[in-house]
Design a protein around this ligand. Structure first.
Ligand code: C5P
Length: 224
C-alpha cells in the first residue's frame, strides 16, 4: 500500500481567484486558475489527509476524495474557512482580491449622460493574516503564498512577518514566466524557525510536482 504520511491530519486549503461584485452582472477578478491549490489538495489527499478545499470560481473538477466548497468573494471565502476549522495544516493558495467595491449596485449600472460611474474600493479581509493571528483555533502549521513580480525573496520574508504565518511559498508571476494560468511553477520555500528564515529554491517543476514536494516537506516536518 501507498504510504500515508498525513493520515489523521486535517488539511484546509484555499485556491483560485475571488470575484468581487460590482453589480448583479459584473465583477472584479484576477488571472488565477486555481491549478496550484487544486494540485496541493490532491497531493494531500493522496498522502492520507482529510482535505477541505475552499475555492473561488475556477474551471477545475473536484479532486477525488476532497471536500470542495465553492465560493465567490473574499468575504465568503473567509467565512467558509473559519467554519472549516480546526485544521492541523492550513495552506492559503488563493489569489484573494485585495479590494472589493464599496457599494455593490443592487441593479445593473446603466450608462447615463451624467458621466462614468465611480467605483470606490474598500479593503477585503486578509484570510491568511486573520487565521494566522487566531489564538484559539490557529492551525499549528500555516502556509501562505507570495506571488510577486519583483523583489521576490525580500517581499516574501516581509510577508511571513506581516501575516504571522509559518511558511511562505514564493513564486515569480512576471508575465514572461507563464505561471499565472500555466502548468509550471518556479518556487522558493521560506520556512520560519523562531527569528530565522530559511530559503529553499526549487527547480522549475509542474504544479503537481510542487504540490507533491510541498506535501512531502510538510510530512517530514511533522514527523520530526
Ligand atoms: O499580500 P498578498 O496578497 O501578496 O499575500 C498572499 C498570501 O496571502 C496568499 O497566501 C493569499 O492566499 C493570502 N491572502 C489571503 N487573503 C487576502 C489576501 C491574501 O488569504 N485578502
Amino acid at each position: 500500500p501507498r504510504p500515508r504520511p498525513l493520515a489523521d491530519k486535517r488539511v484546509l486549503i484555499t485556491a483560485g481567484p475571488t470575484h468581487e461584485a460590482i453589480d448583479p452582472v459584473r465583477y472584479i477578478a484576477n488571472r488565477s486558475s486555481g491549478k496550484q491549490g487544486f494540485a496541493i489538495a490532491a497531493a494531500a489527499q493522496a498522502a492520507g489527509a482529510d482535505v477541505t478545499l475552499v475555492s473561488g470560481p475556477v474551471e477545475l473538477r473536484d479532486p477525488a476524495g476532497v471536500t470542495v466548497i465553492r465560493v465567490e468573494s473574499a468575504r465568503d471565502m473567509l467565512h467558509r474557512v473559519e467554519a472549516a476549522l480546526p485544521a492541523d495544516i492550513a495552506i492559503f493558495a488563493a489569489a484573494v482580491a485585495d479590494w472589493r467595491v464599496a457599494n455593490e449596485g443592487e441593479q445593473k449600472l446603466k450608462k447615463t449622460s451624467a458621466g462614468m460611474p465611480q467605483l470606490a474600493l474598500v479593503e477585503n479581509p486578509d484570510i491568511l493574516a486573520t487565521i494566522s493571528k487566531l489564538t484559539d483555533k490557529r492551525p499549528p502549521l500555516v502556509i501562505g503564498f507570495a506571488a510577486e513580480t519583483e523583489h521576490l525573496i525580500d517581499n516574501a520574508k516581509a510577508k511571513i512577518a506581516r501575516k504571522g504565518c509559518d511558511w511562505i511559498v514564493a513564486n515569480d508571476v512576471s508575465p514572461a514566466t507563464g505561471v499565472m494560468g500555466g502548468d509550471r511553477n518556479t518556487v522558493h520555500l521560506l520556512t520560519r524557525d523562531g527569528d530565522d528564515i530559511k530559503v529553499d529554491s526549487w527547480p522549475v517543476m509542474t504544479k503537481e510536482q510542487v504540490a507533491t514536494e510541498l506535501v512531502a516537506t510538510i510530512a517530514k516536518t511533522l514527523g520530526k
